[in-house]
Design a protein around this ligand. Sequence first.
Ligand code: BGC
Length: 895
Amino acid sequence: MTSSPTDLRCGHKVNPLGVSPDRVRFSWQGAGQRAYQVRVARPASAVVWDSGRVESAQSADVPYGGRPLTRGGRYAWQVRAWDEADTASGWSDPASFEVELDQVTGWRAAWIGLQRMPDRFTDPGQPHRSDRVIRALSPAPYLRRSFRIDMPVAWARLYVTALGLYEARLNGCRVGDAVLAPGWTDYARRVLYQTYDVTTLLRRGDNVIGAVLGDGWYSGFIGFDVKRAGAQYGTAPELLAQLVIGLDDGTRQWVVTDGDWEGRFAAIRHADLLMGECHDLRLEPDGWDAPGSDPAGWRAVWCRERDARRLVADPGPAVRVTQELAPRSIAHFETGKQIVDFGQNMTGWLRLRADGPAGTRIRIRHAEVLAADGSLYTENLRTARQADEFVTPGGGVTFEPRFTVHGFRYAEISGYPGDLDPADVVARVVHSDIPVTGSFECSQDWLNQLFRNIDWGQRGNFISIPTDCPQRDERVGWLGDAQIFARTACYNRDVAAFFGKWLDDVADAQFESGAFPDIAPRMHLDFAGAPAWGDAGVIIPWTLHKMYADTGVLERHYSSMTAWMDYLERDNPDCLRSRNLGNSYNDWLSPHADQTPPELLATAYWAYDAALMAEIAEAIGRRDDAANYRGLRAKIRSAFTDAFVSADGQVASGTQTAYALGLHMQLIPEHLREPAVGHLVDAIAGAGWRLTTGFVGVGYLLPVLSSNGQTEVAYRLLEQDAMPSWRYMVDHGATTIWERWDAWTEERGFQAPVMNSFNHYALGSVGEWLYRFVLGIEPEPGTAGFGRLALRPHPGGHLRWARGSYRSQRGLIATEWRLDDGTFWLRAEIPPGASASVHVPSRDAREVRDFSGQQPAAITGFPGAAGVSEAVFEVGPGIHQFAGPAWTGEERPAG
Ligand code: BGC
């Protein structure tokens, strides 16, 4: 018997307590599989769906195929598989899922809050004025209700959400470990709720349920719109909670938010995502969320019935504290201020211990970088204050904020009683808790640092949605940044559930015209359809499908995508995308942004959309649509060629971005491809082997060079240490990816503070090239989900070795290569159920052998490199090693 399947997931999650029926799709890992069988049952009752034996190697994205699932119901499921030799495995250990509650009948709770606030921060004015900010901030409501349970508890679930942020409490304990829940959506339309198993927190007798609310994205400051700095959705937070208790006798008891709850304000004087938090710990009522507490000071809540907004089980990963960082150093200043350096730019907050007389006021400010005099540099935060304040209750106390988040490496602490002991402070790293799937290491330390910076950029910016930056008064979900980084993000971490959730935000934000927004959630902004931004609505679902073989996401968003395609076609009947370019950010932040014609960039993206739509339609069985999109793409391609490609293969404007787009999106006629690549290399050489792209062009530049035989040029750009370059950032102390190539330069110091974040992931899209080309980890073209691989490492530059991996849905894929004493050595690891063609570059490919002495199945040329060829081996699961004659530097093109 082969081993049973493991790593069972439903809706990309392990045993989800809330999943909408259209997301009930199963995946597992196991040995190579020729057939599978899934069965789903209600606990302790009959099987409700049995797939029967299905002849298929598919082990991901298997949809539930039984009768409609019961809303709120709990299900168990198992899978078994037959291997290539037709030997059956045993059934897997059971996994479970619980179905999203019915919108109408599933909820008995009402929205409650403490008081309605007057309209805050919505009037045009000067949001940067500190008196205005202070007036706008308000204390956090504490809400609670006592109840009795008269029988032993068999099980219990808490379904909870807020307009704003909540921290739920039961009998003195925090419920769960998520922070910043329920996450950011367009609250006017769709609110996520979380489900917690609270069985062990309840007891027979007296119980208390409670919650503290923060303003969060709902009623706090967010974004950059000076006309509406905050209160995007409402003016005061509200809670909706429903505790369902299964009693021993089979009956149920419900405790829901209603007019019987009571509330008060207490220690949290204000809590705001951008501005920070203030706690007066003298005001914290002892044991307020446990039975027997003091009733003084509590008053009735206000309450209103549920309305039309959709309540949706959270499909994404929770935001959590994922790591703690100790101080690297603490600088003491005469003024009594102390600046802590944590050695890493990150997103989160501090946990601090202090001992001092009651009323001691401790203030913490946060910044990403220091000014030349060693003080915090905060100008680039614009109006975001990122400051927390704590007033001590007397005696030793530990405190940390709960409803804010700061982008920082340094924290300045003032008012602290005495010298700060490094053991009394840690930085708590906060972001969407997404499993790591990628690794990369090589012989160059600076490149290893760049890789870490790319992942830290992702961690700091993936907080419920993919934000542009986590520090200044912006922190919004720009689509352009997300699409250019999406492939890198997928390799780094398992973002299937995270992006799956955010694509619903994108769909919610789509305009009636069909235009995708530039930002999602879009708040009150009407930014629509900018090229390379709106196109994310097609590119990201396609990327998820490519990486996770997820057709569910394609089906869920197919109508949004076709509406977008119709919108583009309606406006641009001549197949050149020149109308309705919205804000047209073009090749954003390139040193020469204005040089790539906006219509060129826009048309290239449109053609790309059409090509991807053909693949998408094909993947979900819409053959006719696929043919139509292929036709559309051909028309756009020829319009592009006519308008922008000259007879000698030059692309209009001659920018690196124009070539990168033309080549990546396959818009240059076949016979002009080689000359076009030559022109691109000339353009790079003409710029002194430096980049001239912004973030739209840069994502494709290195992949295009490698795919067209110019890997050495790609390495030359990668290893460039003069500005603009990745290495310049690393050499100047970056621990994340900067927003701008010149965020800080030796000559000029900081860029203008109006737009200068030190934690923007977009330029980190080079991570994709490290995985796909340096390591060579790629699905075979035309396939999705890593069942069939084309492993093709591209050694080059000054690298002597590189190794890394990607944990795909089928298991670990790893490569490692080394240039050693005239030998090129490669190790490749293929997961169960997958097969690969492994391409080994060599001076003499006929001489390459695998370690069992096997000869290559084929020999091909290594694109672009004279004197280098490739030995191709066909391999199955397991570890394979190869070695052959290496080439010398002279044999490779100098670039
Ligand atoms: C953001 C970018 C975003 C851009 C739109 C900026 O303020 O930080 O990352 O894509 O605006 O051009």
